[in-house]
Design a protein around this ligand. Structure first.
Ligand SMILES: Nc1ncnc2c1ncn2[C@@H]1O[C@H](COP(=O)(O)OP(=O)(O)O)[C@@H](O)[C@H]1O
Ligand SMILES: Cc1ncc(COP(=O)(O)O)c(C=O)c1O
Length: 276
């Protein structure tokens, strides 16, 4: 008899070193016992001869639509993570595809900037993401920078600020069809000794804390966190419990991080596996 594992779907970009993007997403899905299905939006190749700058190539919108068609025709997918999109044409096709069928959960990791990328390059994509994809999301996971940007706040320097940012983002979500959750991540950027994340659902606020591991950002942390939430939702875990489990997963992955020749380390989704 064929197996019927829980299915987790991701629409995201490739990050060629293996640390972030769809590579991190699919590893996380596997780690949490879900069957990963992926649709590629773009290819990012850091340039080792130019300070690891981001080289970015979008996938043709029709090819994104074709992948979506193949994935959804093959499997009954009802939980999806949306990662890096990168262009307004990509946002258009992904928003249209998502809107074409019902989802139990759409987890949006609103990747406005990759770690190390120059700010300010992408105002039109930020606006398109906010207008076209944000309203479709049931769970949104902005990091500190993305929280400030999406909330329209000049500074976020305390847990209270982070909660306020999450509330302002929550106000932009479509709550008619059911509860929506903003998971605003303080990470290493929020001052203090803990990596703090807040979950806001419009009524309740949940604050999650773990001691910071080092002071540097670790590549793939945001991808792994949102992918772990997605995998847990695919297994029918409730949203706040999924976020708590994801926090444990990403913390273990950061603790077991992998070094390469890049200036940043990357999350290791196998850190808790046998032999590590
Ligand atoms: N150095 C760290 N130590 C512990 N937790 C961290 C660290 N860096 C990030 N995190 C946690 O990892 C998750 C991803 O956060 P973050 O790195 O801020 O996202 P992004 O990759 O989108 O910038 C969050 O739960 C955050 O609190
Ligand atoms: C394709 C892609 N997706 C997502 C990200 C964001 O990764 P992180 O989990 O480090 O925020 C990056 C960053 O390089 C990327 O290249």
């Amino acid at each position: 008899m064929p197996s019927t594992p829980p299915l987790a779907y991701v629409i995201a970009g490739s990050e060629a070193t293996g640390g972030a993007g769809i590579q991190a997403d699919l590893k996380t899905f596997q780690q949490l016992g879900t069957y990963g299905v992926g649709t590629l939006t773009c290819i990012v190749s850091f340039d080792p001869r130019n300070g690891w700058a981001h080289r970015f190539v979008p996938v043709d919108p029709q090819v994104i639509a074709d992948q979506f068609e193949a994935a959804t025709a093959t499997h009954d997918l009802d939980v999806v993570k949306v990662g890096m999109l990168g262009t307004t044409a990509t946002i258009d096709v992904v928003a249209r595809s998502l809107a074409s069928r019902p989802w139990r959960h759409v987890v949006l990791d609103p990747v406005l900037l990759c770690k190390g990328q120059e700010p300010g390059a992408a105002l039109d994509t930020d606006t398109a993401l906010r207008e076209q994809v944000l309203p479709l999301a049931t769970v949104v996971t902005p990091n500190l920078f993305e929280s400030k940007t999406l909330a329209g706040m000049d500074s976020v320097e305390s847990v209270d600020d982070l909660i306020e940012a999450a509330r302002r983002i929550h106000d932009q979500l479509d709550t008619i069809a059911g509860p929506r959750y903003v998971v605003a991540k303080g990470g290493v950027e929020l001052p203090g000794s803990d990596a703090v994340d807040v979950v806001v659902d419009g009524e309740h606020v949940t604050v999650l804390r773990t001691p910071k591991i080092g002071e540097e950002r670790v590549s793939g942390a945001g991808c792994t966190f949102a992918a772990a939430i997605t995998a847990e939702l695919a297994k029918d875990t409730d949203v706040v419990s999924a976020v708590r489990i994801a926090k444990g997963v990403v913390t273990a992955g950061i603790r077991g991080r992998v070094a390469g020749r890049t200036p940043f380390d990357t999350v290791w989704q196998g850190a808790s596996a046998v032999g590590q």
